[in-house]
Write a protein that binds this ligand. Structure first.
Ligand code: GDP
Length: 448
């Protein structure tokens, strides 16, 4: 299910603390160590992520994370930011959590925001933070003035009443498996998202790629009302391009950054592969890193386009400079191939479909356990790992437990001894042997 929960509220009510508690990995995930140590620099100020509760998985975004904190509470800038957050949440989220500050009490801007939210008709949970103990629950009474049927006390810091909050949130999510308005067959097509910041040339590229061959389909299950997908046929093979309408910019009054990142997040979630479009004339900027980081962390395959290549003065030198810059700034996606294109002049855009096919084949590739264990023995004989606390570190065997993205489990004697560097070494060796071009891979470690 692709469900998005947005947290809104004025600064300092504790949105990021609640967000962090929501996306903490479940007990199940903690038993194994994933290779993707978080991507430093990208995740430091992250404000989106996946939450797992019981058998539900959904995305959460702290909309406040798109704005600077620390402005005086009732300033004009805050009023504007909070209004934008609300617009973002109303447009993009399935459920909105309006977080309020139980220590400070209700403020006029809280009431304003809640009025805007209420008018939207979206599912809203009013949650009162900084209630650390039952004795403080009497503080929540005044919040009913906001017009809520129910307000939910929590403490994002101590975790007080957090489980009850999550239960209520789960109950408010849209039902799973609501009747799909389009055929199962469409859902099984390769799904391609074209992402990147505004003005890098996404719409132009989509028009070039799809041209008149496109067939518009809307209302793919689990998407917001205005997502428009297109089916396109290339040499007899069909592809689903995700959210080809969302790429069009909305009213300028939006925070363009927040809007485009959220939009990208939702398209990426539904895709198998993301075409990450970069404006070559502008170089690689922070928002490019951010979008790429989402693709990587969501385990989607990817392809980088250095677009608007027609503007390059000295293509050979520029190619060297830009690929270097790309590899430096988006170092965690070294496995992703790069194409230089011009959507406007239709240059080298014909290379995109064959590359998508190649990457999707890598994404679906499965290596037999027998083969993997031959590989593992060979790798370890060439470079045995140092002992752990004086004891030999043993790798018993390795097996591929999943595809899309390719996922491996390796069984060892001391799971705690396995460090990021071991996993990076294994990943590098796996890629040298089996490629997995354009596709992230995951390696889990278990003690036996
Ligand atoms: P989007 O916001 O990413 O969808 O970007 P658009 O496709 O709307 O393009 C933004 C601007 O860049 C427009 O003025 C386009 O004409 C221009 N543009 C798009 N692709 C190219 C390209 O390949 N080369 C050049 N020189 N300009 C382009």
């Amino acid at each position: 299910m692709h469900t998005l929960v947005a947290i809104v509220g004025r600064p300092n009510v504790g949105k990021s603390a609640l967000f962090n508690r929501m996306i903490k990995r479940g007990a199940r995930a903690q038993k194994t160590a994933a290779i993707t140590e978080s991507t430093p620099g990208i995740t430091r100020d992250r404000n989106y992520g996946q939450a797992e509760w019981e058998d539900k998985v959904f995305s959460v975004v702290d909309t406040g994370g798109f704005y600077a904190e620390g402005l005086p509470h009732e300033s004009a800038e805050i009023a504007e930011q909070v209004r934008e957050q609300a617009m973002l949440a109303i447009d993009e989220a399935d459920v909105i959590v309006h977080l309020l500050d139980g220590k400070e009490g209700l403020t006029p801007s809280d009431e304003e925001l809640s009025a805007v939210l209420r008018k939207s008709g979206k599912r809203i949970l009013w949650v009162i933070n900084k209630i650390d103990t039952p004795s403080k629950e009497d503080r929540i009474a005044e919040f009913y003035r906001i017009g809520a049927d129910e307000v939910i006390p929590v403490s994002a810091i101590t975790g007080y009443n957090f489980d009850e909050f999550m239960e209520k949130l789960i109950a408010a999510l849209p039902p799973e498996g609501a009747a799909p308005p389009v055929g199962q067959e469409i859902m099984e097509l390769p799904k391609v998202a074209v992402v990147g910041r505004p003005n890098v040339g996404k719409s132009t590229l989509i028009n070039t790629l799809l041209g008149k061959k496109r067939l518009v389909v809307s209302s793919i299950p689990g998407t917001t009302r205005d997502a428009i997908d297109s089916i396109c046929t290339y040499y007899g093979k069909r592809y689903l391009f995700i959210d080809t309408a969302g790429i069009r910019k909305k009213a300028q009054s939006y925070s363009v950054e927040g809007f485009s990142v959220l939009r990208a997040l939702k398209s990426i979630e539904r895709s198998d592969i993301a075409i990450i479009v970069i404006d070559a004339a502008q170089g690689i900027v922070e928002q490019d890193q951010r979008v790429a980081g989402i693709v990587h962390e969501y385990g989607k395959s990817a392809l980088f386009l250095l677009n608007k290549w027609d503007l390059m003065q000295d293509p050979d030198r520029d190619y060297k400079r830009l690929t270097q810059e790309l590899r430096n700034k988006i170092w965690f996606m070294e496995y992703v191939p790069v194409l230089t294109t011009s959507g406007l002049e239709k240059k080298r855009t014909g290379k995109i479909f064959p590359l998508i096919d190649e990457i999707l084949a890598e994404r679906a590739k499965r290596i037999s356990t027998g083969e993997l264990n031959k590989f593992l023995a060979q790798v370890l004989s060439s470079k045995p790992f140092p002992a752990y606390r004086g004891k030999e570190l043993k790798f018993y065997y390795m097996t591929q437990v999943g595809t899309a993205p390719p996922t491996f489990t390796v069984f060892v004697n001391y799971h705690a001894a396995i460090k990021g560097q071991h996993l990076r070494f294994l990943e590098k060796a796996l890629r040298e042997q089996y490629s997995f071009k354009g596709t992230p891979i995951r390696i889990y470690v278990k003690s036996r």
